[in-house]
Ligand binder design. Sequence first.
Ligand SMILES: Nc1ncnc2c1ncn2[C@@H]1O[C@H](COP(=O)(O)OP(=O)(O)OP(=O)(O)O)[C@@H](O)[C@H]1O
Ligand SMILES: [Mg+2]
Length: 852
Amino acid sequence: MKPKKLYVRNFLGLKEIDLEFVDGITVIEGPNGAGKSSIFEAIMFALFGVGIRYGGRNPYDYVNASSTDKEARIEFLFERGGKEYKLVRVLDARRKSHLAVLKDEEAKITLASKVDQVNCEIRRILGFSDDIFRRTVYLPQGEIDRFLKATKGEISETVLQVLYGDVIERISEKIKERLESVSKDFAILQERYNLFIRELSGVDIENKKEELRKLEEHGKELESRLNDLREKEKILLSALQGVREYLLKKRELEELRSLKAVLERKAEAEEKIKKARELLPIYQRILDLKGRVSQLERRISEFATRKMNLEGSLKQLEERISETRVKLMALLEELHTFEKTIEEKKKIVEMSRPLLGEVNVLTDRMSGIKLQMRKIEEEIRRREEDLRGKMEEMRSIEERLERVREILEKNEEDFLKYLARQVAMRLKEGDTCPVCGGTFKGKFDEFFKIEVEFYENLMREERELEKRREVLEKTLKDREEELKRHEKELEERGQELEGILDRLEGLQKELKELGYSSTLEDELKDLEDRRRKKQEEYQRLQSEVTQLEKEITYLSAEMGEMERNFSETLAEREEILRKLFEEEKSFSRALMNWGFSLEDFLKFVEMKIDEDTNLKLAEVTARIEHIKDDLSRLESQVQGLDPDTLQRRHEEIKREIEWLEEERKKVMQEVGKMKQLIENFEAKRKEVPTMEKQLEQLGKQRKLLELAKNSFKKDEFLSFCTAKILKKILSRTNQYLAVMMDGRFCLEFTEEKGFVVLDNGIQRRAEGLSGGERALISIALAISFAEAIAGRLEAFFIDEGFSSLDSENKRKIAAILKELEKLNKVIIFVTHDREFSEEFERRVRIVGGRKV
Ligand SMILES: Nc1ncnc2c1ncn2[C@@H]1O[C@H](COP(=O)(O)OP(=O)(O)OP(=O)(O)O)[C@@H](O)[C@H]1O
Ligand SMILES: [Mg+2]
């Protein structure tokens, strides 16, 4: 197992690391707790699903506890037996899931994808267990002297697994398998040989050969009989063929004759059809004429119907005309009466017109006067209203004036003071007072202390009221005069109206005497309306009469026209009937000539003519002649031959041939079988010596294999191998020890004590060595072992183990280790010891779970 690449994430103390391995020594260095041992454990875990420090109980212990996702991942690429494999393991501590995949990296195929399968497959590929791995390839921290403590059994087990794996098992298995197979082959061959011998001795081969000869003779005899019969059959068949041909021709002749008769009948009928077709135009004409006659007859009956209809219509029209004329006479009389009445009424109206004119004038005047009177009355009413308003105003002015004066009188003293003050206001100092005559001293004393504004307002109001009363008194006088004037005017109009009314009464009386009434004109209008309507009706009836007369004239003309056509149609019908008679006469004459009834004619006319009937008839006739010739030729050949007898004879021969063929087939089968038997016998007889030789060889092989099986003992073999290897390892170890420890120590192996040390020739147990001595001897032993099994294990990992050595020994160990480089192995040492690590060129530094 040679490591190639390693990727680790969150495994033990590793955060994330990616390493590539090369042949030769690589030192992994770093401080305590950096994650160095975790790298080796990751490789071991990848391979076996188990590490060192937590064992194999709970794989999730290996997940880095401080990682956030609690998921560890290891990808390990390695080489084994010239092939590359990739292992991936993922541990999810939260979900408690452990996934493992093993791939063949070259073929890109998955070899296993379940933890158990992967473990099993790895065990198969590597050929050793995790236990052997940590004893040989990988020396874990603190286990450097593990090999030194091993017993003989442990060493044997290690040698067996590492060097031989299951080879020994496989060899003894192979011997067993091979022995079984050879024994089986021997038994089968022996049985076959015995059978052959039995078969060969039970057969009289000369007798069989004689039998074969007789059978072959019988076969030949049958063959010659068959040939004779086949010849006879040929002749018979040719005679039968002639007879059959003769009969066939004869039948064909009969058929042709009957066909000819049919064709002749058909030709005759077609002749009749042709004649009938000649008569077809005349028949067609007859049909046309008949059609024309029935057409004309239809028209004649139509004429009759129309004539009847026209006569009926004319009668109706004449009746309606005479009725309308009676109505017209009555209307004329009514119109005369209307004229007379209207004339009389109009005369009265004429005479009443001057009187009515005056009535109208007077009525107009009267309504004018009435209007004037209404206006005057309205004016009077308005003025009275105004007058009442003014009088009201006057009364309120007087009342206010009275109250103002009352107030002034009531406060007469103050009023006087006020007046005195007014006087004093006009005086200057030293002026003489016009009221009291004293000298005005130029200032107002207590006497004048009154409500000046109050008295001034009252005085102003009194003056204004006085003025307004004066104006109002004058207006009142004017209004009263105007009112009187209007009343007088109203009276005058009233008198005028009375005069008009008297005159109107007189005029009404006169009109009544003349026969006038107020409805007269309406009556006249009504009469004129009615007269107009009657006149309109009269005119309408008159035009109706004219229309009816026109219709009568039109219908009479139509009647005349139709009667003309009618007689023309009758004449035409006569003419066509005459022609029809002629045509029918000549048609029946022609029918008689051909001997046709009308039904025959109609039937023939409908029938079709086959254009090549005559041609066919000629062909058939020619064929008949030809066949007649053939028949006369064949007749001489088949005379006296009966087809039935010939047929019967042929069938007999056929049956005989079939029987002979069957017989010959059986004989040939017998011959075949006999030949086969003789051939087999000869072949077996030839095979016997070869079989005897094979049996002898297989017997020898079996004996040899039995010998091998009995003599191959696993333990003895293993013990022999172990002793040989141990000898080699010890010799190499002692070479190293001689260099490293100046020949003081020498290592030996005893069955009872395991490894023992000879200290200057005196035997001591290894446990008694000092830490450094033990480390040196253990490393020398491990290196020697590694060298001894170099062809099998391509890697070598040592975790620490050098720390207990002094500087000089470290240098010595380093020198020996460097020699291992030539072994083409991947060698990795882990150390936290800088002094030691600096001895080597290729170094990987790990700090805090990462490569730096
Ligand atoms: N499951 C775990 N989760 C987290 N850390 C762990 C876990 N198991 C071990 N460790 C820690 O990982 C760190 C690295 O351990 P490792 O044995 O790889 O160190 P080292 O480099 O070999 O140190 P030393 O030189 O002391 O042997 C240590 O601090 C250890 O306590
Ligand atoms: Mg460590």
